[in-house]
Every structure is written in structure tokens, then in C-alpha cells.
Design a protein around this ligand. Structure first.
Ligand code: PMP
Length: 296
């Protein structure tokens, strides 16, 4: 995938810079130790023809909270960053895009705190997915990081070595993606998405504590409330997921994407006949600001 070319512009510490000319320091703690925080955000072309960043405030709030959780200085207002993001999108002629802000550390090979952080906002084209495909999922041999070892609610770069290992393992075994458990063996989340399963018309999702509490997960819970679909956050076993009528991942990049099978066990219901599918449609409508929420 071409994330950038010779013309691509990014926003680097307040300046619009060509991606091909942007520089960072090889002695940064971020490169050596994974000491950085980031966001994954999407913009969509709405049905009204505008380019809208979905839940921009929530994402930049989380970026600030992630930075504070790992003691990185953070000096930017949401307003500054959201305005910069819209301008980066415009300068790159993008509407349906993925937006990747990264807050990173200066030169420092020790473990002591810094008095400054740096920030970059990169954008690249990403078509809405709106999940026509269904995924084959396996239980990962890797568990999510123990929240006593990491600030698990922070979207910190170093945590994603765990995601890379789990994703590569799933693909090497012929699956589309992995589901990871927490340190106690309960269902946690995917490598870059939260999960829900459906049973008897009700949705269940792992409670917070050992997961990244996703903004899409919160949106799904909002949609359940609006559509009168029952939803519960609780501790979930792998056996419950295997016995489910349906399941899906949800995340900014993944949107709402159904599962075809879990550890080779197909789900009991046809995806098209699930309330999960209704949530998928409602999510697509929400991000594009479409009037019609769910097809009859
Ligand atoms: N869990 C993990 C580990 C993730 O990386 C992501 C993506 N940020 C999510 C869940 C979903 O979060 P969101 O819906 O905010 O994108």
C-alpha cells in the first residue's frame, strides 16, 4: 500500500511539511522503546457531500489521555489538532481517509521523563469498508498485555508489538484475524478492534478493565440503545463465543465487521438475519450522516 508519495503533506509540530522531507530523530525514545502514543481516526464523505472526521473530539481526548497515562507532555488543544487535520485532508485532496496522529518523544536514551513531546498527523486514503466480507477468526496463543504491566487503556505504540505477533500468527495459520484473551483467559479484544457476540437477539461485549475501550464500541452501545437492542458488558468465556449466533469486531478502521467462524466453528445464524447486521448498517449510516438508519 502506498501511504504517501512525493506530493503527500503531513502536519509536523505546527507546520505543513512534505512527507518525503519530514524528519525525526533516530535517538528518540519512541523508536527504541515504543514510547509514543497514537490515534486511529477516520473521515468520511457524508451523504451531504462534506468531509467529516467521525468523533474527532473523542479521538483527540483519548490521544491526550494516552499521553498523560504514560507521562508524556501534551500541550495541544483539540481545536488546534482538529483544524490541522481538516487542513491536512484538504491539502491532500482526501475525503474518505484514515488519520494517524502520533505523539512521540525527543532524543533521550534513558528512561527519565521529557519536558517536551512532538506530534505528527499523517493521513492516507481509506475507502469505507462497510463490511461485505465475513472474517475467519482464531483464538490467539498470545494474550493481551496485563494491565498491571501496561497502561492498557492508553493507545501506546509499544503495546502494538502484541497486536503484530497475534495478527501474524493468525495469518500464518490461514485465518483472517485473531481474538485475544486477557491474562485470566477471558475474551478481551482483537489486535486493533473490540468484539461483540450475539445470542438470542442480545449483544454482549467484554467489560472494560483489560481492553482498550474503543470509540466504535461506545458507538455500537449507543446504537443499541437507540435501536432498542439489548446490550450487556460482562466477563466472557471463549465457550460463550463458540456457542453464539453471531459475532463481530468493531473499530475505527474495521468499522463493524462480522465473523464467519471462530476456531473453525461457524455461527448459528446467517449474518443477514442478525441484529449484528442491523448494527453494521446503522454504523455505516451514522458515520456518513445518512438519514435512514436501518433497512426494514
Ligand atoms: N482495541 C485495540 C487494541 C485497538 O487498537 C483499537 C483501535 N484503536 C480498538 C480496540 C478499537 O478502538 P476504536 O473503536 O476507538 O478505534
Amino acid at each position: 500500500a502506498a501511504y504517501y508519495n512525493n506530493e503527500t503533506i503531513l502536519w509536523l509540530n505546527g507546520e505543513f511539511v512534505k512527507a518525503s522531507e519530514a524528519k525525526m530523530d533516530f535517538y528518540s525514545q519512541s523508536l527504541h522503546y515504543g514510547y509514543a502514543v497514537f490515534e486511529g481516526i477516520r473521515s468520511y464523505k457524508t451523504t451531504g457531500g462534506e468531509t467529516k472526521i467521525f468523533k474527532a473530539e473523542e479521538h483527540f481526548d483519548r490521544l491526550r489521555n494516552s499521553a498523560r497515562a504514560i507521562n508524556m507532555p501534551y500541550t495541544w488543544s483539540n481545536e488546534t489538532l482538529i483544524n490541522a487535520t481538516y487542513e491536512v485532508l484538504q491539502r491532500n485532496n482526501l475525503d474518505n481517509a484514515y488519520i494517524r496522529p502520533v505523539v512521540y518523544a525527543p532524543v533521550n536514551m534513558s528512561f527519565v521523563k521529557n519536558d517536551v513531546s512532538y506530534i505528527v498527523i499523517e493521513v492516507w486514503e481509506m475507502a469505507p469498508f462497510f463490511g461485505e466480507k465475513l472474517l475467519r477468526i482464531m483464538t490467539s496463543s498470545f494474550q493481551r498485555p496485563n494491565p498491571k504491566a501496561f497502561k492498557i487503556t492508553a493507545k501506546a505504540s509499544g503495546h502494538y508489538v502484541n497486536s503484530i505477533l497475534a495478527s501474524q500468527e493468525a495469518k500464518a495459520n490461514g485465518y483472517d484475524e485473531a481474538l485475544l484473551t486477557d491474562m485470566n483467559g477471558y475474551v478481551a479484544e482483537g489486535v486493533g478492534a473490540n468484539m461483540f457476540y450475539e445470542k438470542d437477539g442480545k449483544l454482549f461485549t467484554p467489560a472494560t478493565g483489560n481492553i482498550l475501550p474503543g470509540i466504535t464500541r461506545a458507538t455500537v452501545l449507543e446504537l443499541c440503545h437507540e435501536l432498542g437492542i439489548e446490550a450487556e458488558e460482562k466477563q466472557i468465556t471463549l465457550a460463550e463465543v463458540k456457542d453464539a449466533d453471531a459475532a463481530f469486531f468493531c473499530g475505527t478502521a474495521a468499522e463493524v465487521i462480522g465473523w464467519e467462524s471462530f476456531d473453525d466453528i461457524p455461527f448459528k445464524k446467517n449474518w443477514k438475519e442478525t441484529v449484528s447486521r442491523k448494527i453494521q448498517q446503522a454504523y455505516s449510516a451514522r458515520v456518513t450522516e445518512a438519514d435512514i438508519v436501518v433497512e426494514a
